[in-house]
Design a protein around this ligand. Structure first.
Ligand SMILES: [Zn+2]
Length: 643
């Protein structure tokens, strides 16, 4: 064939793909079979960060993406991480035996027989041999400790039984330390996750009596390697000499609700308030701080571990240093079939679609990267080190799609950062109609719930807090009861999360289709000021802002946001410039690491974030700068000032 004819054929082929044929490609490349293949390949063995199974997963994902034709890079960071050597809890009396710190094997579930599963432990808990009288502190918040003190319960040296949930577990361990407690025992109350919610596993999907919730207690004001804030954990990079977490936390262990019940029935003291009574069918007493004593023996040793990040890329044709990242972490406390590896499978399905598109000559304007992050469970480590390394290379993440634990059941949901949500909804609706109709209950929330997406509980944290990257997440939720336990495994997933892998398949199609249109029509970079304004106006009306209601700056800010609501979205380089206006080079207000002035993690509960934190603190200069900035964006003045 002549060269000209070849070029013409090639053009025709790519044009047809850029038109409607990509839908056929979606159906061909994204299947329940390949979704299942990935999911079982990465989650049939326990694979916490640093394990041999996780190293094998790294090679597997890299190899699969290479075969797809993506440009693959495996980054290896070296990070000191805690490893449990001893977890024990027993009554302080002669001959007492330890309560179980391993979950029991269940007859029908061969995965639960693993000897490789990590014992119950909390990463970053200090080691220690502590003994003390038991007290019960409900969810372990400030108001609960103050109540106990007001009732004359002695906290100093006591060991607190604390219910999981409401606040982040690390904040519970830090607060207990401040009140002088010797130790914390964290348990899931069956009202939240056990037999009071529904039939327990293996007959149903609720947490069985012996289940444990492992988890990190990291409460540092930055994610990632505690020793290298702002720098990738690579050879030659400067390290802090001491982990700033040392001395900040009480000795902590996770226990089952079966163990909690045994402890509660032995406790003395007065009956705890009505609101503190849980689902264990026993009276919850406060303890008196002098009654029956328990002993905790915890030994967590810090070991240097490899933390891997696997990247498969399609380089951008006009702005290759600007990255749209679609990823999920792939490390798990045990099997992690739902959390996180349903996300791993979604990323791989989407990658397969785009890799095929690229084979036909398609190129995005900006680089599209499919990323598997390790070390998330210990404190969002792989993604943080990856982002810091990209910065060092002069690359910038403009959009992050985080698919951590993407598939959980029939309720389809999306969430996005203010500034991106309206754009996302526009594209996602087209595919929801097509692929979601029978499968999902289709509820696109009309109101923002940005709590999770602007807090730092997962891998979108570093791009959002350091670069003001946009964030999307797609998920399907259900009643998933086995979070961070041995029972989040392939059998549970098949039975109760996604029988036939159809939620996983269809979610991947909706995501891939949406991302394709977003890359084609927005070039991967857009920012909707009206959307941000709507969110901020909602925040400004909340009670936390009451002290400022009469302030001149407050009224001007509101007026500017109101007029911003009528403006069209920014696109391309201009969108990047506007996003950049919210970054401060000095690292304020959150300290050394974060640069985003729009949000801050609530230091008392890392599950939620605050908007415009410096204004809430009454910082006069910040008030002036933000008012000027938003007036500028609304077209009423000078936009050159940085907040
Ligand atoms: Zn996860």
């Amino acid at each position: 064939m002549k060269k000209r004819a070849l070029v013409a054929m090639f053009l025709l082929f790519t044009l047809s793909l850029a038109g409607e044929d990509y839908r056929k490609l979606l159906d061909r490349t994204i299947t329940a079979e390949s979704y299942e293949r990935t999911l079982l390949a990465v989650s049939s063995l326990p694979h916490p960060t640093g394990s041999v199974a996780q190293r094998d997963n790294t090679q597997y994902l890299a190899e699969r993406m290479r075969k797809m034709g993506l440009q693959v890079e495996v980054m290896t960071f070296s990070v000191p991480l805690p490893e449990p050597r001893k977890s024990a809890l027993y009554w302080e009396k002669p001959g007492a035996v330890s309560f179980p710190m391993q979950e029991p094997a269940l007859l029908e579930d061969p995965f639960s027989e693993s000897r490789e599963a990590l014992v119950g432990f909390n990463a970053w808990s200090p080691s220690g041999n502590v003994s003390g009288p038991l007290i019960f502190a409900h969810y372990g918040g400030k108001e609960e400790y103050e109540y106990l003190l007001s009732r004359g319960v002695k906290l100093k040296g006591a060991i607190a039984l604390v219910r999981l949930g409401r606040e982040y577990r690390g904040d519970k361990a830090a607060l207990a330390k401040k009140y002088g407690l010797a130790g914390v025992l964290l348990f899931p109350d069956p009202q939240d996750r056990g037999f009071r919610v529904g039939t327990v596993y293996p007959e149903g999907n609720s947490l069985p009596a012996g289940g444990l919730e492992r988890g990190s207690l990291d409460t540092l004001p930055y994610p990632g390697d505690p020793l290298t804030p702002g720098r990738p954990s690579l050879p030659g990079q400067k390290r802090l000499e001491k982990n700033p977490l040392d001395g900040e936390l009480a000795v902590t262990l996770p226990i089952s609700y079966e163990t909690a019940q045994k402890l509660l029935t032995e406790m003395s003291g007065e009956r705890a308030p009505e609101a503190w009574q849980g689902g264990l069918g026993t009276i919850y007493r406060t303890g008196d701080g002098v009654g029956a004593k328990v002993v905790m023996r915890v030994e967590n040793k810090t070991v240097e571990r490899a933390v891997y990040v696997v990247v498969g890329k399609i380089p951008g044709k006009s702005r290759p240093r600007e990255v749209v990242a679609l990823g999920s972490h792939f490390d798990a406390w045990v099997y992690g079939t739902t959390d996180p590896n349903a996300g791993t499978a979604v990323v791989m399905e989407t990658a397969a679609f785009f890799a095929d598109l690229a084979k036909s000559g398609w190129r995005p304007e900006r680089t599209l990267a499919f990323v598997h992050w390790d070390g998330e469970e210990f404190g969002v480590i792989g993604s943080t080190e990856w982002e810091e390394e990209l910065e060092r290379r002069g690359e910038r993440v403009v959009l992050t799609i985080n698919e951590d634990a993407a598939v959980g059941g029939p309720d389809f949901g999306i969430v996005a950062t203010p500034g991106h949500r309206s754009l996302l909804v526009r594209y996602v609706e087209r595919f929801l109609k097509e692929y979601g109709r029978e499968r999902f209950s289709l509820k696109i929330p009309q109101k923002f719930d940005v709590g999770a997406v602007v807090s730092c509980g997962s891998d979108h944290c570093a791009p959002l807090y350091r670069q003001n990257s946009g964030v999307f997440a797609f998920w399907s939720a259900g009643s998933y009861g086995v979070y961070h336990s041995l029972y989040d495994n392939p059998l549970y997933y098949q039975r109760f999360v996604d029988p036939g892998y159809l939620y996983g398949r269809d979610l991947s199609k909706i995501l891939a289709g949406t991302l394709y249109l977003y890359m084609e029509e927005e070039g991967g970079e857009a920012f909707d000021g009206a959307d941000l304004a709507e969110f901020l106006l909602g925040e400004l009306a909340s009670p936390a802002w009451k002290p400022f209601f009469e302030k001149d700056g407050y009224l001007r800010l509101k007026r500017a946001l109101e007029s911003l609501k009528g403006k069209p979205a920014w696109r391309g380089a201009e969108a990047g410039r506007v996003r950049g206006l919210f970054l401060t080079p000095q690292g304020a207000p959150q300290g050394v690491w974060a640069r985003n002035t729009l949000y801050e993690q609530n230091p008392e509960n890392r599950y939620v974030a605050l908007a415009l934190p410096s204004l809430l603190r009454g910082d006069e200069r910040a008030w002036q700068e933000f008012v000027r900035l938003f007036e500028g964006l609304a077209g009423a003045g000078d936009a050159s000032g940085r907040p």
